[in-house]
Design a protein around this ligand. Sequence first.
Ligand SMILES: Cc1cc2nc3c(=O)[nH]c(=O)nc-3n(C[C@H](O)[C@H](O)[C@H](O)COP(=O)(O)OP(=O)(O)OC[C@H]3O[C@@H](n4cnc5c(N)ncnc54)[C@H](O)[C@@H]3O)c2cc1C
Length: 474
Amino acid sequence: MSNVIIVGGSVVGLGAALALADHGHQVRIIERSADQPPSTVEEAASWRRPTAPQFLQSHAFASLGCNLLRDRARDVYDGLRAAGAGEVNLADYSPPTLGDITRRPEDDDLRMVLSRRSTFEHVLRERTLARPGVSVTTGETVRGLVASGNRVTGVRLTNGTAIDADIVVDATGRRTAAQTWLAEAGLPGRDVTSESCKIVYYTRYYRQLSERPPGPLNRGFGAGGLWDHYTAVLFLGDNRTFSISLGVLPEDTAMKGLREEEAFTRAVRATPLLAGWVAPGNSEPISPVYAMGSLDNSLRLPVDGRPLVQGFYPIGDSLCTTNPSYGRGVSLGLTQAFMLADLLAEHPVVDEVQAREFTARSTQMVRPWYEEAVANDRGRAALWEATVQGRQPQRPPAGVVTFGTAVAAASQDEEVWRRVANVMMMLKPPSALYADDEIRARVGKVLSGGPPPQLPGASRADLLAAVSGDLVAQ
Ligand SMILES: Cc1cc2nc3c(=O)[nH]c(=O)nc-3n(C[C@H](O)[C@H](O)[C@H](O)COP(=O)(O)OP(=O)(O)OC[C@H]3O[C@@H](n4cnc5c(N)ncnc54)[C@H](O)[C@@H]3O)c2cc1C
C-alpha cells in the first residue's frame, strides 16, 4: 500500500482521501486554510473559504457523482440524507408538455442529492476523516515538489520542510501552482488550454417558509431557465434552504447592480418562474449576494510527446474546469478520485505504466466535457452579446444540435428529453446528444414546426429596469 499526500483538502481532495483510504492506502491531506472546520451544518453554511470562493455559490450535484457516492461511499450518501439533504429523480420532473412519460429501469439512475455545497463538503469531510489511515494537516501550504529523475517523491512546504510520499495528488483547484512546481523541480510542465466561460454569477441563499414549493420545479433539483441575455436558476438545498443564482455576461456593466440585495430581489421578481419563491411570506433571505467571475473552461494535460511525470496526479479543478452552469465539477472530480484508487489497485507500482494509464483515463474522462462546455459557452455568449448590443443573433445552422436546440426540443420529444437529462447528469457522454443521428433527426423534426414555446423569462428591458430600480410596479 502507498503513502499518499493529497495537496488540497476541499471537496475533491477529501473524495480522493476517502477513495484511497478505502483501498488501504495511508493518506495525508495538506490544506493551506488554517480555519477551524465547522462541526455542524449551520456552522458549515457560514464558513468562509477565501481559497475556495465557489464554496459560497449554488451547487447542483449531478447524478454521476451522487450515484458514485451511493455505490462506493454509502455512508456519505446516507450521511447527507441524515444531515437534511433531499433526493429527487429527474424522471419525476419531465416537462408537462410531454404528458406521462414511460418510465424505464435506467431512469432510476437520474437521481440527485439536494444539498448546499457547504453541507455536502461538511458531511464528506466528517466521513473521510473518520476513516482509518487518513490524517489532515491544516494551515500548511505546499510550495514545491521533491523529485528524483522523472518521479515525484514528496512535497516541500512553505516553511522548507520536505515530506516524502510514494504518490502526490494535486487537488489544489483551479488556481493550482503545479506548473511552477514542475518547472522548479525540472520536470515537464502541463499543456494548459483555457477559454473564458463569459459569465459572472450572483447568488443568494434563502430559507423556505411556505409549506409547499411556492413555484414550479421545472428542473427537478430546482427551477429556472436560460434566456437570450441571462440565466436564473433556483437550487433546492438541504433543510428547507434554497439558493438563486443569476448569470450574466461579465461585460454587461448594467447588471453590476445585481450585487445589491434590493436589485437582486427585483431581478428575481422580474423572472416569472422564480418570482413566487421570493414573495413575502414564502421565504426569507439568509445570506447577502455573493458574486463570482473570472471563470474559465480549462484543461491541464501532459504535453504530447514529452516524458510523463511519475507519482504526481492532478484531479478535480486542477486538471479541468468547466462552466459551473453545467454542474459538472464535483462529479468529475469524484470520478477521478475513484478512478485513481482503482488504478492504484491495478497498477500499484509507481512507474511509467501507471503514469500513462492515469493520463489516458483522466484525459478520456475530462476532454469531452471540456469541449462541450467550450462549444456551449461560445454559442450562449454570442447570443447574449447580440442581445445586449441590440443585434440580431446568429442562429445555429440547420441540422446542428446545440445545447439550446436540444433543450428546446426536449419539451416536445421524450427521447430527446431523456438524452438531455442523461447528458446533463453525466450518465452519457456529450456525443450521445450532439453527435447522434437519431437525436439530430428528432431535434430537426421538432424545430421544423417552428421554435417550441420559451419558458417565461424577463425581457432585456424588464431586467434592466429591475436592476436599476427604474420600475413602474414590481
Ligand atoms: C460559481 C461556481 C458554481 C459551481 N457550481 C457547481 C455545481 O453546481 N456543481 C458542481 O458539481 N460543481 C460546481 N462548481 C465547481 C466545483 O465547485 C469545483 O469543481 C470544485 O470545488 C473543485 O474542487 P477541488 O477540490 O478540485 O478544488 P477547490 O474546491 O478549489 O479546493 C482547492 C483546495 O486546495 C487548497 N490549496 C490550494 N493550494 C494549496 C497549496 N499550495 N497547499 C495546500 N492547499 C492548497 C485550497 O485552500 C482549497 O481548499 C462550481 C464552481 C463555481 C466557480
